[in-house]
Design a protein around this ligand. Structure first.
Ligand code: ATP
Ligand code: MG
Length: 268
């Protein structure tokens, strides 16, 4: 059984208004996108800027309401869930955003940011929460001396690790990662990517991994969905897409990889 079953997702945004505030046009951000994701699997969503990748990721978590289509998580209809039920579903599906500076509250300490989901969703006591925060920060490679620090005192890479710890707090089965390393210094990208891959293996997580850099994908993804102008133009295993891309568009995305090194020789 699939963990996630997405069928025919479609979304248009109104763009532009005339002087009277009337809508003048529509952007068809996502058209008829379907895919499944198994437990523990990583599906990369790639494509040029504006292809609709983030919109797909957000619709899966219902941060954006689709115009039509369906999303099933563990066979449950996500789009039909009440707001109460949605809270329950959100425990199982989390998100990591591109920019940890804007996804973490600057007034919250690292400890508070990591345990906030426990405060919201559970009645676990303070001592247990504190222990859990230490464990989680340990898991993502942040020492417990950072527990009392604020986001402004951490580097981008450290902040993204905190955001990852926070996403893990409720032991989700799925994490939607929207360009999780794109905003980081090149020097720490590989470390954070490797961390995500190690966590995936250790915890059996499934990732919907939005990314426009195909070089990153072979490190972490099992399958790839290639999007262009809101549509899926190609999909397959990482090996298929790398070795024999069916579309000229995908070939161009692959050609944009800075240093083409054979898969076996690549060290990240
Ligand atoms: N809230 C919004 N209002 C209007 N248009 C939007 C909105 N969100 C996205 N769009 C449009 O929908 C299309 C898809 O956007 P989306 O952010 O999903 O692309 P993307 O593939 O994630 O791009 P990028 O790689 O730049 O992040 C774009 O044309 C974008 O301008
Ligand atoms: Mg995006």
């Amino acid at each position: 059984m699939s963990l996630l079953d997405v069928r025919n997702l479609t979304k248009s945004f109104a763009t532009g208004r005339d002087l009277l505030g009337r809508r003048t046009g529509w952007t068809h951000a996502v058209k008829d996108v379907s895919f499944t994701l198994d437990p523990g699997e990583c599906l990369a969503v790639v494509g040029e800027s504006g292809a609709g990748k983030s919109t797909v990721g957000r619709m899966v978590l219902r941060l954006i309401e689709p115009d039509s289509g369906s999303v099933e998580f563990e066979s449950e209809d996500v789009l039909a869930a009440s707001s109460g039920r949605m809270r329950g579903l959100r425990r199982g599906m989390q998100m990591i955003f591109q920019d940890p500076h804007s996804s973490l509250d600057p007034r919250m300490t690292v400890h508070d940011a990591v345990i906030e989901p426990l405060v919201v969703h559970t009645d676990i006591d303070r001592d247990t929460r504190r222990r859990r925060a230490r464990e989680l920060l340990d898991k993502v490679g942040i020492g417990s001396r950072y527990l009392g620090r604020y986001p402004a005192e951490l580097s981008g890479g450290q902040l993204q690790r905190v955001a990852i710890a926070r996403a893990l707090t409720l032991e989700p089965k799925l994490i939607v990662c929207d360009e999780p390393v794109a905003a980081l210094d090149v020097s720490v990208r590989a470390q954070v990517l490797n961390l995500l891959r190690d966590l995936q293996e250790e915890l059996g997580l499934a990732y919907l991994f939005v990314c426009h850099d195909l070089a990153l994908i072979e490190v972490i993804a099992d399958r790839v969905l290639v999007m262009r102008s809101g549509e899926v133009v190609e999909s397959g295993t990482v090996e298929q897409i790398y070795r024999d891309p069916a579309q000229e568009y995908t070939r161009r995305l692959l050609d944009a990889i800075p240093v083409p090194v054979p898969r076996t020789a690549r060290v990240v």
